[in-house]
Design a protein around this ligand. Structure first.
Ligand SMILES: Cc1cc2nc3c(=O)[nH]c(=O)nc-3n(C[C@H](O)[C@H](O)[C@H](O)COP(=O)(O)O)c2cc1C
Length: 281
């Protein structure tokens, strides 16, 4: 099992001491052109999670490849590059230029249709141009996660990452939207049941590796995702509050596995999937 950061939730170059607690570093999503992102306010706290409307701010793929990526390589960690775009060919053009990294396709980019066919089209275009490990990061905005996962697997994905944020809105005291853009991505503790359901649904239809994320704050949360069928676990919003979260979650995971009656966390893999199958029969 790998413990990694969730894309966009950690800058490894400003916080290498946090990044090196992970087994691999996942970059913020890289788009073809540089993006300044949305105007402020871009972050809002809510009772049970956080809203962000960063708008995929990033230096664009040319600067990423020539400046950011060489610096990231000096960390000595396996790298996962999150790739974004507005059309399948844009994703593929970036993938074609990446070597010696795992690629995570962010399929929840603005203006990208989140339907299974669109996700599959992007994965297929990227599969044609790269032999690198290719993960499809899917949105929780689907009424049938199994269909999406089957579609990206058929299109050639080597694994799936889930979940990205849910759309949310927060209002200020004067009942105006807190975020300048209005709608943002909702992350943090409230997302955990959504992530558990997504992983469970995915694991029922695929044997591919699954990187699971959504509201993980503790070792118990990580163990629950593994029990639903996660192969790897990612930490996102928790990193804004606790820079020691990777080491803490890793320690707690072992303790929590013992408490639940398993020798190692991996031994709890997909046990919840079996429990659903049994009670459904
Ligand atoms: C501030 C912020 C920026 C994010 N940026 C990205 C991004 O660039 N690409 C991406 O795929 N996901 C991005 N995400 C989503 C996270 O990777 C993750 O899927 C989501 O936050 C759920 O996990 P969490 O509840 O542990 O934060 C971002 C999330 C936050 C909070």
């Amino acid at each position: 099992m790998l413990l990694v950061n969730a894309s966009g939730c950690l800058d490894a170059l400003t916080a290498p001491e946090v990044a090196t607690q992970f087994d691999a570093f996942v970059t913020k999503t890289v788009t073809p052109e540089p993006r300044a992102g949305n105007p402020p306010v871009r972050i809002a706290e809510t009772d049970f999670g956080m809203l962000n409307a960063i708008g995929l701010a990033n230096p664009g793929r040319d600067a990423f490849l020539s400046e950011t990526l060489p610096k990231l390589r000096t960390l000595g960690l396996p790298l996962w590059v999150s790739v974004g775009g507005f059309a399948a060919h844009e994703y593929a053009e970036t993938c074609a230029r990446l070597e010696d990294v795992t690629i995570e396709l962010n399929l929840s980019c603005p203006n990208v249709d989140e339907a299974p066919e669109s996700a599959a089209e992007i994965v297929r275009a990227c599969r044609e141009v790269t032999d690198n490990p290719l993960y499809a990061k899917v949105s929780p905005h689907t009424w049938d996660m199994g269909e999406t996962v089957r579609a990206v697997e058929e299109a050639g994905a080597d694994g799936v990452s889930m979940v990205n944020t849910l759309r949310g809105v927060a209002l200020d005291a004067r009942l105006r939207t807190t975020l300048a853009r209005g709608v943002g991505g909702y992350s943090g503790p409230a997302l955990k049941p959504v992530a558990l359901a997504s992983v469970l649904a995915a694991r029922r239809v695929t044997a591919l590796p699954i990187v699971a994320m959504g509201g993980v704050q503790s070792g118990r949360d990580a163990l629950e995702l593994i029990a639903c069928g996660a192969t790897h676990v990612a930490l996102g919003t928790v990193l804004f509050a606790d820079v020691d979260a990777p080491s803490r979650v890793r320690d707690e995971l072992v303790e929590e596995a013992h408490r639940a009656g398993f020798e190692r966390p991996e031994d709890a893999f997909a046990v919840a999937v079996d429990s659903v199958a049994k009670s459904a029969n």
